[in-house]
Ligand binder design. Sequence first.
Ligand SMILES: *Cc1c(COP(=O)(O)O)cnc(C)c1O
Length: 408
Amino acid sequence: MSTSKSAQQPVSRAMFDDVMVPNYNPAKMIPVRGEGSRVWDQADTEYVDFAGGIAVNCLGHCHPAMVSALTEQGNKLWHLSNVFTNEPAIRLAKKLTDATFAERVYFANSGAEANEAALKLARRWALDNHGEQKQQIIAFTKGFHGRTFFTVTVGGQPAYSEGFGPKPGGIEHVAYNDLEALEKLMSEKTCAVMMEPLQGEGGIISPDQEFVKGVRELCDKHHALLIFDEVQTGFGRTGSLYAYEQLGVTPDILTTAKALGGGFPIGAMLTTATIASHLKPGTHGSTYGGNPLACAVAEAVFDVVNTEEVLTGVKQRESLFKKLLNDINDRHNVFKDIRGQGLLLGAELNDTWAGKARDFLNAGADEGVMVLIAGPNVIRFAPSLIIPEQDVIEGLARFERAVAKLAG
Ligand SMILES: *Cc1c(COP(=O)(O)O)cnc(C)c1O
């Protein structure tokens, strides 16, 4: 086949700048292969992966359960549209509803789309039940909810939503963990409060227990919906299937994506039957949402992740990670805080290194370890939930060499 030959023509990072829209600035090397928590680039240089595709690859690279689900479904049925339903979608929805507070599922293809659906549902629910004046959406400074115009406006970083013309209205922000400010802003006009149960992109910031409880109470008092964006915290990331389970607070709507597909694009919005009833036929939709390939892979991921063994393993790896990061800090004094939950961890740089998180990311890559950042001051770790202990140790040894190069 002549086409496969042309597809194999060598490509280089330099070509990226010639053919791609410049909204990303990817690393200089191009990864070509992954297995478990290791990745190899074009030059066959090997990396330990603590980035996990930004908290996506919850079972590492090419997990056999995922590969077999994908190939099996790939030989059966790829796509139908929502004119028909399909077996993998129904099976996955059944598993998600059995395992959570939710009774109904809407499938999308990304986190932003799941959040877009959640926000539209909340607005429609409020309109149907309370009338037009109830449309205020409150979210939190530094929060992140995706890049569609509605979700990016609900997100708490104006830099991301400005410069695109008039924004969707009725959206306001208060500081995370500031219950008093939220209380002042809320009224019967509040339609929904959207929050991450641990801010990821914003810097790995946990909510206070009383804050979350207070948000729930204020939503109940003002007949507003509480939306948990668990796109990053969900699917085992914090050591329970969803983070809300450990907070003792149940949302009305929950969104999930990233780890849900383990690397295959899929998102979902979960809610109760009563709230879901406001999305009647025709009110919202997606060509690909609930695609059989995506759902078959996500179902395989669910079966592995939602087990005592994996969820307990996340907590064990969290302890190991935190201990080794503290050891690194004892020797090099670069962090002022090591925090986070499960395998969504952040190390905040101290004042000497403030603003330099990207230097640590780059130095790590040079030593053969992939890490993430969360803002200019926080190095973020979101590895596979089943990363072998040996890879944690080896990856952090490489990271320490990077730290030593920078900090001496
Ligand atoms: C990544 C992320 C999103 C956006 O997900 P996409 O799949 O990139 O659209 C939304 N919310 C949170 C909390 C995220 O971390």
